[in-house]
Ligand binder design. Structure first.
Ligand code: ZN
Length: 281
């Protein structure tokens, strides 16, 4: 019995660290990463370049990656054009790693969406506030990161509310975005949260940064997925050192290939605002 309990604990720990929890099936990942190499004339941005320390050199002028702001009241409002991406970070905040990611985003002048776990925000409120103060969009990711599909509806709803309240308290700001842990949603929960004005953040490009790969492998894999799809919401995690390490190279490459990082700005749905106004008068 104890053995099975240990097994369950280990499995849960592995799941928690993997968030989306999908098995890694692509074993043919390229380990090269096309870098911005101003010293290599004639080299196209998309040419495969063997990963070298040069790939990790910060550009002299990192500006130009920031795209437009999109006002969103629901997921349907996130209509991305070709070469537009949204950066999203789940599971934090954590000391060191989240701050490193904030510094990189600031260096490139781009905004991301942070889907915080309630108990993490509660444990590290100063970092949570720093994320919000930097102008990034704030969302919640439940209180303790359970699989909401695997628990009773009422418990799932309580987890969402507790998580959202904890993140709102820690960041002292509106929490309008939500992402399901392990992307394990249910139509009933989606519908209810949508009715409450939450924007459910789905994922179109999974960095799979929860696998214990080298930062360069994560950057390469993510870049390949972005090129394949052309645009989309990118899932990353600010709890991993490898994610913080690879982010400058990923953003450098995105800029070199003409991508724009779009900033999602939550906007209260007009109908609901009107309804609220009529109720208060
Ligand atoms: Zn997660």
């Amino acid at each position: 019995m104890r053995f099975y309990s240990l097994m369950l604990t280990a499995t849960l720990a592995a799941c928690l660290s993997s968030c989306a929890g999908k098995p890694q099936s692509d074993t043919s990942l390229k380990t090269s990463f096309a870098a911005t190499m101003p010293s290599a004339p004639g080299l196209k941005a998309t040419d495969p370049v063997a990963l070298s320390p040069v790939a990790w050199v910060r550009p002299r002028n990192p500006a130009g990656l920031a795209g437009r702001d999109i006002e969103v009241s629901s997921l349907e409002d996130i209509a991305l054009a070709n070469k537009e991406v949204v950066l999203s970070f789940d599971d934090g905040p954590v000391p060191g790693k989240t701050e490193s990611i904030l510094a990189t985003l600031d260096e490139f002048g781009v905004k991301a969406t942070f889907l915080m776990v309630g108990e993490m925000a509660q444990a590290h409120p100063a970092i949570a506030r720093k994320v919000a103060a930097a102008g990034h969009s704030i969302g919640s990711h439940t209180f303790s990161h359970p699989n909401l599909r695997a628990i009773a509806f009422d418990r799932a709803l309580a987890e969402v509310s507790k998580g959202t309240n904890a993140v709102a308290k820690a960041t002292d700001t509106d929490v309008s975005f939500f992402r399901f842990p392990y992307l394990a949603d249910s139509p009933r929960l989606r519908h209810l949260l949508g009715d409450r004005g939450m924007v459910i953040m789905d994922v179109q490009i999974d960095s799979k940064d929860y696998f214990k790969d080298a930062p360069a492998v994560v950057a390469s894999r993510t870049m390949e997925a972005i090129r394949h799809r052309g645009s989309g919401i990118i899932l990353m995690h600010d709890i991993h050192r490898r994610t913080a390490s690879m982010l400058p190279a990923l953003l450098t490459q995105l800029k070199a290939e003409g991508y724009k990082v779009v900033h999602l700005v939550h906007k209260k749905p007009a109908a609901k605002t009107m309804l609220l106004a009529s109720l208060t008068h």
